[in-house]
Design a protein around this ligand. Sequence first.
Ligand code: UN1
Length: 496
Amino acid sequence: MVDKLLAALGVPSQVYHGGPHIVHSPIDGSQIGAVALDTPEQVTEKISRAQAAFEQWRQVPAPRRGELVRLLGEVLRKNKQALGELVSWEAGKITQEGQGEVQEMIDICDFAVGLSRQLYGLTIASERPGHHMRETWHPLGVVGVISAFNFPVAVWSWNTALALVAGNAVIWKPSEKTPLTALACQALFEQALTMFGDAPADLSQVSVGGRDAGQALVDDARVALVSATGSTRMGREVGPRVAARFGRTILELGGNNAMILAPSADLDLAVRGILFSAVGTAGQRCTTLRRLIAHESVHDEIVTRLKAAYDKVRIGHPLQGNLVGPLIDKQSYDAMQDALTRAREQGARVFGGERVQVEGCADAYYVSPAIVEVDAQIDVVKHETFAPILYVMRYRSLDEAIALNNDVPQGLSSCIFTTDVREAERFQSATGSDCGIANVNIGTSGAEIGGAFGGEKETGGGRESGSDAWKGYMRRQTNTVNYSRELPLAQGITFD
Ligand code: UN1
């Protein structure tokens, strides 16, 4: 099946057969590919080619660069079904979410095409007569993209669509767990490149590799920007290494996202919002809802309703109409069990969380999502476990709820369910949520690409996709032009 999809997506078979790195499907544990890994020397070579591509591409007018991204969007539209299905096989996403991930790619392409005619700078009033000032935005250089298994294709596109219209070249290091979808994206990108005609061949390259290959990418001074999505542990390594050479980073790291459930909340809406955010993608989104902070007046009712809903969630083969697919691997399953054990040891009450056997999938790790009732934010709650565990706790006052929301090291996404406009506004104010995303009456996950995406504190501070995130992919230049016959100095200084 996977071979067929890869062939349909235009990936040459020698690329996924015969390499030393074995790829397994989380659906049933079967081998679905065997790929080569780049050595650090090969990465350095790719950076040289990317640099050469950048030097050409930066001279192409931005709206013309947008045309390449428009074509990429067209190719993705044509291949949405197959690429989405490949995402399911390699990352374990259910059909809807695999397709949705490709839709996010199409959306960012559309966004970037518009942007290619809107890379606006400011004009600024000069304090000197006969002068004007302006700000211009120039291409930056080679952009290194490091992505995680859980959004194996969309993260590349958020970065690459913007990087390309900004006039940059890209080298992508996908997760070693999901190289096949990356190779498929590369094949699709090359189709767009052929349709475009005269773009440099190495404008976007994939480098599947291990840690040493990643280090070669991170340490090379020619890589002007490293955009890294993954764990906080990874970011702690990448951030300082890039900073040491004064390179730029966009870091998209761990989340520990909470929902405040207020007394006035629409509970029917909340149950649906919680289910999608906490259980969707088997709890493996950086935006997954991990903490439910419920007012004491609604706590017991929501827990009862959630347990009933969790009991009905269909767990199984992600391409057969179920709502929850597998965890990515055994390591992930072990981390989940470890978190549940630690929670129990500290007095928490655990519902669900067991391994689920799925017929024909004995070598895979399916679990029932867990609800864990805690009396306080014990250690394990403050840690991001990449699995479907929802910690539930109570609060009395909104101040207390906001304090709980913010009392974790991460700061990605957050939300409040309330029908009280004062509470909603307070939550989104300077004294409210400290996260990069703060929603009202929708869950923590499933952000649209039009907004800037990212978070604070240990989430890393980076912003990707919409709004003015494109500025992170360009260099800003301040220009002062004197069109007079005098040379007045700023600050009124005379220097005769
Ligand atoms: C991620 O899990 O790395 O908001 C990104 C969301 C998606 C992006 C998740 N649009 O859930």
